[in-house]
Design a protein around this ligand. Structure first.
Ligand SMILES: Cc1cc2nc3c(=O)[nH]c(=O)nc-3n(C[C@H](O)[C@H](O)[C@H](O)COP(=O)(O)OP(=O)(O)OC[C@H]3O[C@@H](n4cnc5c(N)ncnc54)[C@H](O)[C@@H]3O)c2cc1C
Length: 281
């Protein structure tokens, strides 16, 4: 096995072009588990941890956007300025693993693995984030909804590195909640992110761990828009309950070792209902 420890993005991209079957390694919190359990034996590794360009973030206030480098760890994302500007992302980051996992694990790694249970992904979906990809000679931007294509499958080409995501800063409530088999150190059994975008009069809901990839509840969102004036609304208990019921209908869960499909649907209805009621306060 060869290991290339890149110290800048150009070197990392060149190493990946030379060995497109290489496994990129950021925090290693997914990849090292696969290697340790003998699920995967890479021939080549390109380590990104020392690539500073991937560990930066920047706030573009005039455009109302935040760029987050793919190597920024959850430990950074759970605190300010993210806590204030992207509270759902901070909340989701806080639920990931333990402090040790959050010190190493990154949003880029969550996107790379693209598990339907990845905690960062429903947030990126509800916030309509854009994923940035770069190869030696090209770069492209892909909407998060087009990036996640299936169970642990994404639209990255073999010679591309995810350099980061751009996330709109919204005015309005946003929240992330998840259900697991215990309170901490737990992979989601079901998760949901709700974001209110008052400038576009939209409420967006994205679900995790209840389908092959993250599900945006477009039908429930549209139904809600016909029921209330989103910009000034106070959501009644009845509206919130019906919103939860409709969100559960959009979930496509399976039975597995973590939960039954039936329980997952129930969990989604409760999470969606509660998140909408939280948007009142
Ligand atoms: C004990 C434990 C608890 C965990 N708990 C949670 C949890 O609660 N919620 C959760 O969502 N996850 C959890 N995870 C999974 C993991 O921590 C996350 O998925 C994390 O985001 C992975 O980030 P990483 O930087 O460590 O990725 P890595 O392991 O370095 O990489 C993961 C994948 O992404 C690819 N990749 C990494 N960076 C890039 C890049 N820049 N461009 C292209 N591809 C890239 C890699 O090639 C690999 O395929 C847990 C893991 C462990 C071991």
């Amino acid at each position: 096995m060869t290991v290339t420890v890149a110290t800048n993005l150009a070197d990392a991209l060149a190493a990946l072009r030379a060995t497109p079957d290489a496994r990129l390694l950021q925090g290693g919190t997914d990849t090292m588990v696969e290697i340790n359990f003998n699920h995967f034996k890479p021939e080549h590794i390109v380590a990104l941890r020392k690539v500073q360009e991937l560990r930066n973030f920047s706030i573009q206030e005039e455009k109302g956007l935040i760029f987050i480098g793919s190597g920024v760890p959850y430990q950074t994302l759970e605190n300010d300025p993210f806590l204030t500007l992207l509270p759902a992302l901070a909340q989701a980051s806080r639920t990931v693993g333990s402090p040790q996992i959050r010190a190493a694990g990154s949003l880029g790694g969550n996107l790379g693995t693209c598990s339907p249970a990845g905690d960062g992904l429903p947030v990126l979906s509800a916030l309509d984030a854009t994923v940035h990809l770069q190869s030696v000679d090209a770069s492209r931007d892909v909407l998060i909804h087009d990036f996640m294509v299936g169970v642990k499958k994404n639209a990255r080409k073999p010679d591309e590195i995810i350099t980061g995501v751009t996330v709109p800063i919204l005015r309005g409530f946003q929240g992330y909640s998840k259900v697991g088999v215990r309170n901490a150190m737990v992979i989601s059994v079901a998760s949901a992110c709700l974001a209110v975008d008052t400038s576009r009069s939209q409420i967006r809901l994205a679900l995790g761990a209840v389908g092959p990839t993250i599900i945006r509840c477009r039908e429930s969102e549209q139904w809600l828009a016909t029921q209330v004036d989103i910009a000034n609304s106070n959501f009644s208990n009845e509206i919130a309950k019906e919103f939860g019921r409709r969100a559960a209908l959009e979930a496509r869960p399976i039975d597995d070792h973590r939960s039954t499909a039936e329980y997952r649907k129930h969990a989604i209805s409760v999470l969606a209902e509660r998140l909408l009621l939280k948007a009142n306060s």
